[in-house]
Design a protein around this ligand. Sequence first.
Ligand SMILES: Nc1ncnc2c1ncn2[C@@H]1O[C@H](COP(=O)(O)OP(=O)(O)O)[C@@H](O)[C@H]1O
Ligand SMILES: [Mg+2]
Length: 228
Amino acid sequence: MITVTGLSKSYNGKKVVDDLSFTMKEGKLFALLGSNGAGKSTTIKMMLSLVKKDGGRIEIPEDALLGYSPETPYFPPFLTGMEVLLYYGVLQKIPREKLKVECGTLLHLVGLSEEKTKIKFYSKGMLQRLALAQAMLGNPSILILDEPCAGLDAMGRIEMIELIMKLKTAGKTILMNSHILSDIEKVCDEGMIMQKGKVLRRFTKEDLRGGESLETIFTKTISGGIEK
Ligand SMILES: Nc1ncnc2c1ncn2[C@@H]1O[C@H](COP(=O)(O)OP(=O)(O)O)[C@@H](O)[C@H]1O
Ligand SMILES: [Mg+2]
């Protein structure tokens, strides 16, 4: 469904994404793993054309709708969650009569339906939930979630992962990253571990069934990684 080939990007002469290739399959969840600074968010932003690539190819079906939840969600602080979704929905040109219902459904789905609080009083977890609701506006078939579990407490994380599982069951194609490998282990179909913009290792759900946990695979891969 999405094919990335030979993607690269440099900042100030330093390669942060280096000849990266991967394929995301329809209806599957692909996990992008790596330590801070590995190039995950830059890769995501190039896929969304938010950052210009230096080279490589990104193939996304022309008619596919993409939803994106950024690593650090930011919304106008003086709005409520409902107002934020309505605002984004209008920008997406979702018909007004449908929009209110859709926003209500999405807020309910992410557990924010009762919230009358303004964004400036939102916790990090509430912002992450709203960011996911925003990503789902317009019912996109592809969801790109940059650290959707960051800042959530234990219960919030469990709920977020359950929600992501539900979205996968509903047929969404998902790209996500997280440092919580036990979460990734639960939801991913395949993925790759990156370091310094390069792929160190690819894995599938079947590799994880073999006994080694993702944490073990990750630690081994990173410690045997690219030389400095
Ligand atoms: N706009 C930018 N200008 C300069 N350097 C950047 C910029 N964005 C990211 N970088 C650098 O690129 C590298 C990869 O960053 P990023 O893609 O955010 O990594 P990750 O999401 O895996 O933590 C880091 O070294 C980061 O400092
Ligand atoms: Mg990042």
